[in-house]
Design a protein around this ligand. Structure first.
Ligand code: FAD
Length: 401
């Protein structure tokens, strides 16, 4: 294992350092041995997932009072980078739970809601999902068709959510225990009003539509369509004020994008290590591959691009508040550069390994397939380009620092 103390970019505290070592050790012993099989068989490893609760990772950003580890965005980045250096698919399930559901609840839920659900979500007894996307709506998220209408002490929820990570926990279609659902509750001056509801397993009208099979990558996480048909959700499951969820949706998207960028770092780092080792050991024309200029180009360019992305991701993480909005332009920016970097680096690693790179046992083909999702999920790269240029061009005299 590399000695991170010597070269880490952000001068980690002892706690960050210990976290990285703990996760790296867990990855080596428990995550790596199951990664290839879970990818091949499209299995979400729930038993392994629950062990993340014992390590304090499932509620990594949650206050200790609710069973969490009370750590910051940097810690979340470290955990995602380490897990993804071995199994990005498994890490995506972790992200959907700990960032999209659990952190959202910790930041935006009421005291009663936090006391009720956070301890179980932090221990791993409950598995969470976040349902924003729909069959006909992704990037244009405020155009969602799912509605919730108040009827006395309940809301009547109707609609379908698509591509939901952890939407089902297994082949039988067992639903997630806790789903953070966004729905439209009205309009003001032609703009949709979005509200958040907590839907629990067993509520009548909530079911898994279908498990989405045969994904290109991220096959160690389950993805499903969720159906809400006259699902009666108690008013006590509304998060915050009715119609006021766009702010917390956008704020949590910043952390989602940052941790997806961190996953890209894990993929790239592992790919570089694999291509480097192979280039040193494999010979062609009487020399090891690392003597060929084109191979040197692959290795050197990958390393430099990885380091540049890592600087950006860790810089954004260091400045990110879990409570306040404000880092949108750079969480988009870090994800924009890191995801494409990871895909390109994994691609070069496959190229350096030649035929062996095309085979599962040598890992890089799985990383390559997994990396593609990061350019799509949590906002497509085109959405990041749109957001960044929209924010920059609001002010023609914007000073770039
Ligand atoms: C494996 C996986 C897991 C996922 N997990 C979750 C989850 O847990 N929860 C959840 O809510 N969602 C999840 N998603 C959904 C994901 O966030 C969406 O797929 C993503 O936001 C893109 O939406 P879309 O697929 O509808 O594509 P669309 O929005 O239809 O986009 C299609 C293409 O058009 C481009 N495009 C759209 N609008 C513009 C524009 N204005 N300018 C330029 N180009 C544009 C896009 O960039 C893209 O290239 C997941 C998706 C996958 C594949």
């Amino acid at each position: 294992m590399a000695d991170y103390k010597e070269w880490d970019l952000f001068q980690p505290t002892e706690t960050h350092q210990m976290l990285r070592e703990t996760v790296a050790e867990f990855v080596k012993k428990e995550v790596e041995p199951q990664a290839l099989e879970c990818d091949r068989k499209e299995i979400f490893n729930l038993t392994l997932f629950r062990k993340l609760g014992d390590l304090g990772l499932l509620g990594i950003t949650v206050p200790e009072a609710y069973g969490g580890s009370e750590m910051d965005a940097l810690a979340a980045v470290i955990a995602h980078e380490e897990l993804s250096s071995s199994d990005p698919g498994f890490c995506l399930a972790y992200l959907a739970h700990s960032m999209l559901s659990v952190n959202n609840l910790a930041v935006n839920g009421s005291e009663e809601q936090k006391k009720k659900w956070l301890p179980g979500l932090c221990s791993g007894q409950l598995v969470g999902a976040m349902a924003m996307s729909e069959p006909a709506i992704g990037t244009d998220v405020l155009g969602m068709a799912t509605t919730a209408v108040r009827e006395g002490s309940h809301y009547r929820l109707n609609g379908r959510k698509m591509w939901i990570t952890n939407g089902t926990l297994d082949e039988e279609g067992t639903p997630a225990d806790f789903v953070w659902v966004y729905a439209k509750t009205g309009e003001r001056q032609g703009r949709p009003l979005i509200s958040t509801f907590i839907v629990e397993k067993g509520m009548p009208g909530y079911q898994v539509g279908q498990k989405i099979r045969d994904k290109c990558g991220m096959r160690a996480s389950n993805t499903a369509e969720l159906v809400f048909e006259n699902c009666l959700v108690p008013v006590t499951h509304l998060v915050g004020e009715e119609g006021e969820s766009v702010t917390h949706m956008m704020r949590n998207l910043e952390l989602e994008r940052l941790t997806l960028a961190a996953m890209s770092l894990g993929i790239a780092r592992r790919s570089i290590e694999i291509m480097n080792r192979y280039a040193c050991e494999r010979e062609a024309f009487g020399k090891s591959l690392n003597f060929f200029g084109q191979i040197q180009n692959y290795i050197a360019t990958s390393y430099a691009e990885f380091k540049a992305s890592k600087s950006y991701v860790y810089d954004v993480a260091r400045r990110m508040s879990l409570e306040k909005e404000g880092g949108r332009i750079d969480s988009d920016g870090a994800k924009l550069v890191a995801t494409t970097m990871a895909k390109n680096v994994a691609d070069r690693a496959m190229q350096v390994l030649g035929g062996y790179g095309y085979v599962g046992e040598y890992v890089v083909e799985r990383l390559w397939r997994d990396s593609k999702l990061l350019e799509i999920g949590g906002g497509t790269i085109e959405a990041h380009q749109k957001n960044i240029s929209r924010d920059l061009t609001k002010d023609s005299s914007f000073i770039v620092r």
